[in-house]
Design a binder for this molecule. Structure first.
Ligand SMILES: Cc1cc2nc3c(=O)[nH]c(=O)nc-3n(C[C@H](O)[C@H](O)[C@H](O)COP(=O)(O)O)c2cc1C
Ligand code: SF4
Length: 438
């Protein structure tokens, strides 16, 4: 892939400025789209097989087609919450190439004939929101947003909104609640956001990720067939991979879907620093199951289906690497602390489960755990599986079960080491004290 489609700031200096964006073909895709019927726009995006980049990989055109056209009030909500640990791709788009997102969101809005677009940003993005407001104003002055967009007879407003720093507000139904001024907790579904009763202000709503929508202008300009030449048939297009942890050149890499872990890590990102061995890979931040860095894993293509086949998820492709120095049980304890903190508390299995799991990990780190605690961790996590109201509860199970499956030795080593240290120091906690601490 010679040129960047999403991270155009890397090729075109100051592409974030309205005039520069327009000089480089900006807003031509929106002009083209409003000359088509809304249904034809949806058909192109459907044919491109663009899949949502927010985590689940759901086909975008199909999502848009769920919106009942008969509803008079419809919304597009842009998910710019970007809270997954290790994810920092939407930020670069928002900072470096904001007009392409605005254009993509307006095309989505035209396709479903939305009356307004809301961009929901994580609270820390206050400076990005201020800049987006200025960009929206520039586009409005040119008739690209607001009443009678480009003389099409269709009117659509665009607003930004800042969250207040909760991971759960990236989950689409919690995000909608938060945007409405309600407590940021997930809703019971159905009704789904695309249905009347399930969306923003209970109107039919499309929720899409920033990166997803930033693909859309290119697809409208170049067509679905050209888009499908990038990536693989089931997972087409470019993807921004966020690389962090033990890697020589951390950062965002825009490359086609379908390249392997090995190509990404060793050819593009310079491999593992200090001659260390790669031990473990988190392909999707804290929320997806960890993978051991075997040859089979390293040669797996980065597509939604191939990563699922080896027992994990591509998610938003926030790839965190751990070298041989990391005890993966320790890493799991950090992730559990995160999930216990971010659980919204609405449903019992997640609220109680993450609390107790966090406490077991604390016992492990404090040297109060015994061998049977590994089975207890696995048992508590298994009881949470499939019974939580939203996917956060499922995410919280992954650090436990996948790390025990692939790195049980790290748990055992930790427990053994702690026992040995206790013996050496001849200061084992009195039995009663230990029991109370549990
Ligand atoms: C706990 C949790 C956090 C999430 N955080 C985000 C997020 O920060 N950004 C995002 O785009 N999607 C996030 N999602 C996924 C959204 O619920 C939703 O699937 C996505 O915004 C849909 O957009 P897409 O179809 O373009 O991928 C999260 C989901 C869960 C369960
Ligand atoms: S699974 Fe967790 S985050 Fe999701 S609704 Fe239940 S308590 Fe809240």
């Amino acid at each position: 892939m010679a040129e960047h489609i999403l991270l155009r700031d890397l090729d075109v200096p100051d592409i974030k400025a309205f005039d520069v964006y327009v000089q480089h073909g900006g807003y031509e895709a929106l002009r083209k789209a409003v000359g088509m019927t809304p249904a034809a726009v949806i058909d192109v995006v459907k044919a491109s097989n663009l899949r949502g980049r927010g985590g689940a990989g759901f086909p975008t055109g199909v999502k848009w087609s769920f919106i009942p056209q008969s509803e008079p009030v419809k919304y597009v909500v842009v998910n710019a919450d970007e809270s997954e640990p290790g994810t920092f791709k939407d930020r670069q788009i928002l900072e470096g190439n904001p007009h392409q997102l605005i254009e993509g969101a307006m095309i989505a809005a035209y396709a479903i004939q939305a009356t307004a677009v809301y961009i929901y940003l994580r609270g820390e993005f206050w400076d990005i929101a201020a800049n987006l407001d200025a960009c929206i104003e520039d586009a409005r002055k040119e008739g690209l947003i607001g009443p009678d967009v480009l003389g099409s007879g269709w009117s659509c407003e665009m607003y930004t909104h800042l969250g207040a720093g909760a991971y759960i507000c990236g989950e689409e139904s919690a995000l909608l609640n938060s945007l409405q001024g309600l407590l940021g907790q997930p809703r019971v579904r159905p009704p789904f956001p695309a249905q009347k009763g399930g969306g923003l202000y209970y109107e039919a709503t499309v929720v899409n990720n920033v990166e997803t929508l930033t693909n859309v202008p290119w697809i409208i300009t170049h067509g679905a067939e050209e888009y499908k030449k990038i990536g693989t048939p089931e997972s087409p297009g470019p993807k921004i991979y966020c690389l962090s942890g033990h890697v020589a050149k951390p950062g965002n890499y825009e490359l086609p879907l379908g390249i392997t872990f090995r190509e990404l890590i060793f050819e593009h990102a310079g491999g593992i620093p200090d001659g260390k061995q790669l031990k473990a890979i988190l392909p999707s931040g804290a929320s997806g199951p960890v993978l051991p860095a075997t040859d089979a894993v390293l040669d797996t293509p980065l597509t939604y289906e191939a990563v699922a086949q080896i027992g994990s998820t591509l998610g938003s492709a926030s790839i965190i690497l751990m070298d041989e120095t990391v005890n993966v049980a320790w890493a799991a304890s950090k992730m559990m602390k995160f999930f216990a903190h971010e659980s919204c508390g609405k449903c019992t299995p997640c609220r109680e489960g993450t609390y107790w799991l966090r406490r077991r990990y604390e016992a492990l780190l404090d040297g109060r755990a015994q061998a049977r605690d590994i089975a207890i961790l696995d048992d508590v996590a298994s009881q949470m599986t499939g019974v939580t109201l939203c996917a956060l509860g499922e995410f919280a199970v992954n650090p436990v079960r996948a790390t025990i499956k692939h790195f049980r030795a790290d748990y055992e080593a930790w427990i053994k080491q702690e026992a040995a240290e206790d013996k050496k120091a001849a200061k084992p906690a009195p039995a009663r004290e230990k029991a109370a601490a549990r």
